[in-house]
Design a protein around this ligand. Structure first.
Ligand SMILES: [Zn+2]
Length: 107
């Protein structure tokens, strides 16, 4: 499972590579440059919904693992759920900044 920073470890990368090789009929070929050399993103990324609240925490997103063509850089996103790689746990809550104390004097 990815950690709370959504980092993928070698086990998840190997799982993603095995998944893509299972479904790619004649090799996983980049549609731009024809390369079969792919890099796998170091993190699970996400695609937000197209809605006003897309940046609010706890709203629905779609976790993705990116395959990046080497050398051209073309990026193909795949669902981490379908690859069997669970979404990372939610990050720890961010503490709100302390409000300035109006009674405190800076001398
Ligand atoms: Zn390419």
């Amino acid at each position: 499972m990815p950690d709370h920073t959504a980092r993928l470890f070698s086990q998840e990368k190997a799982q993603a590579l095995a998944w893509i090789n299972r479904y790619a009929r004649s090799g996983f070929v980049c549609p731009v440059c024809g390369s079969k050399n792919w890099l796998i993103s170091d993190h699970v990324t996400q695609a937000p919904r197209f809605a006003k609240d897309f940046l609010e925490g706890g709203t629905a997103t779609y976790p993705l693992i990116l395959f990046i063509s080497n050398p051209c850089g073309f990026v193909m996103p795949f669902s981490s759920h379908l690859m069997g790689i669970p979404a990372p746990p939610p990050p720890p809550p961010i503490s709100p900044p302390l409000a300035p104390n109006p009674l405190q004097k800076d001398y």
